[in-house]
Ligand binder design. Structure first.
Ligand code: UDX
Length: 441
């Protein structure tokens, strides 16, 4: 197998295919990345990935190359896992994907299988198929398939090897069967469908998950106004099997490289069909507004202005167990606090540098809170679950904690506030702190 692209999806795909017993070459145009991989380095932080990479390398089932031609020409199947980021218009930018297709087409074996795993707008795989028909000899029996991934960063290896379902998009049963053969060891349900259906399933799946999150966030605003707990509402509705309790956690909103991008691409696709995806527009708008909800919550304890206050941001990654900060809510909160005249120190257990941002990054989470007026927890890393609250309070100038992920138990925090004179806030949950005298230094 060849896997084109060694990003989050490509590396997990390559290592997992090797785990299934296939011989895999991961190809990338980025020479530095290939050099790093060949020298035993890891370009991304993903729990469990290094273990399966090392095992596969030891069994001689995984290698890396910048020479796509050599790899593709002797592959039974070529997986394309190249990024399809948002373009200015919101449409998926397929330029990198197409340049890879142009580059490898002459080398595709006659009976090869080109499997697009990248997230692409419905209709893309048919365009790729048409291109190959035009470029390759009539005798070529090359087949195109779409096999979207549903990998969550932080659990990507598990999500690949034990998926809820596998989607096999293809134009004919023979190609469906070839995909089934590749994934034979995986027992999950396998859905065989057309290319467009497979492309749409992926975007529709992410858009629905994002919509669930925005629904929870919209309800949390109402809960804040009514003084009720969004935890109770989320639990009460989530126990209905038709709703499901996952992805109903209110907080700072969704980030990452997938939800925002896939929503924009789906809306752009629908717009081309003159359809208005109101639910997705609302999903995006609610998510965008989370920063202002957080700003108002902070202003309510600082007399209406954040100017001159010192804030500590706990967490920069868009979610725990990853080093990925793409479209992270933490970066949006950082900009909002900066614009409001706040002074900010940030701490993240894994994200230790942000080259294109001048963020004051602390290496220790307690040092990050020294002289702080408010600690804002934005990424629900486990490290923030059992902090030494007494030590934290002594280091801080004012007693405020905003848990923007509702990750801490309100009863436990009520006791901690009582004991250490803290003022704990979260989103869509009643305040747990008796009015503490303001001790802004
Ligand atoms: C997502 C999809 O889950 C995955 O199937 C797809 O392949 C890629 O995109 P990922 O972006 O890695 O995976 O992370 P996910 O766990 O889905 O969380 C996305 C964002 O939503 C994170 O910022 C997370 O903090 C936020 N989130 C998640 C919530 O705010 N509330 C929730 O209840 C769940």
């Amino acid at each position: 197998m060849t896997v084109m692209g060694t990003g989050y999806v490509g590396l997990v795909t390559g290592a997992s295919l090797a785990r299934l017993g296939h011989e895999v070459v991961c190809v990338d145009v980025n020479k530095d990345k290939i050099r790093l991989l060949k020298s035993g380095g890891m370009p991304i932080w993903e729990p469990g990935l290094e273990d399966i990479i090392r095992d596969a390398e030891l069994e001689g089932l995984l290698d890396y190359s910048i020479d796509a031609a050599a790899a593709v020409s002797c592959s039974d199947a070529v997986f394309v896992t190249i990024g399809t980021p948002s373009s200015e218009s919101g449409e998926a930018d397929l330029s990198a994907l197409w340049s890879a297709i142009y580059a490898i087409t002459p080398m595709l074996p006659d009976d090869g299988l080109l499997i697009i795993k990248s997230t692409v707008p419905a209709g893309t795989c048919e365009q790729i198929e048409a291109y190959l028909r035009k470029r390759l000899p009539l005798s070529s029996r090359i087949a195109v398939a779409h096999n979207p991934e549903f990998l969550r960063q932080g659990s990507a290896v598990r999500d690949f090897l034990v998926p809820d379902r596998m989607i096999f998009g293809a134009a004919n049963p023979e190609t469906h069967n070839r995909l089934e053969e590749i994934y034979a060891p995986i027992q999950s349900p396998k859905i065989k469908c057309g290319l467009r259906e497979a492309e749409l399933i992926k975007c529709a799946s992410n858009a629905f998950l994002a919509m669930k999150i925005s629904y929870a966030n919209m309800m949390s605003d109402l809960c804040d106004a009514l003084g009720v707990s969004v935890d109770a509402v989320a639990e009460g509705i989530g126990l209905d099997r038709r709703i499901g309790s996952e992805f109903l956690r209110a907080g700072a909103g969704y980030g990452g490289s997938c939800f925002p991008k896939d929503l924009r691409a789906l809306m752009a696709l629908a717009e081309r069909e003159h359809l208005d995806m109101e639910l997705l527009k609302a999903t995006e708008a609610i998510n965008r507004r989370r920063v202002q909800v957080i700003r108002k919550k902070l202003e309510s304890v600082f007399g209406g202005t954040l100017n001159g206050k010192h804030f500590t941001i706990y967490g920069l990654a868009f979610k725990p167990n990853t080093d990925d900060t793409r479209e992270s809510p933490a970066l949006k909160i950082y900009s909002m606090l900066q614009e409001a005249g706040g002074r900010i120190t940030a701490y993240d257990p894994v994200v230790t540098c942000l080259p294109n941002l001048q963020i004051d990054l602390a290496t220790d989470m307690y040092e990050a809170a020294a002289e702080s007026d408010c600690v804002v927890i934005v990424t629900d890393w486990d490290q923030f679950r059992d902090l030494d609250w007494g030590r934290l309070r002594q280091l801080m100038r004012s007693p405020y904690i905003l848990d923007a992920r509702n990750m801490l138990d309100t009863a436990v925090m009520a006791a901690n506030c009582e004991r250490y004179g803290l003022h704990y806030m979260s989103l869509g949950r009643p305040s747990v702190t008796p009015d503490v005298p303001l001790t802004i230094g």
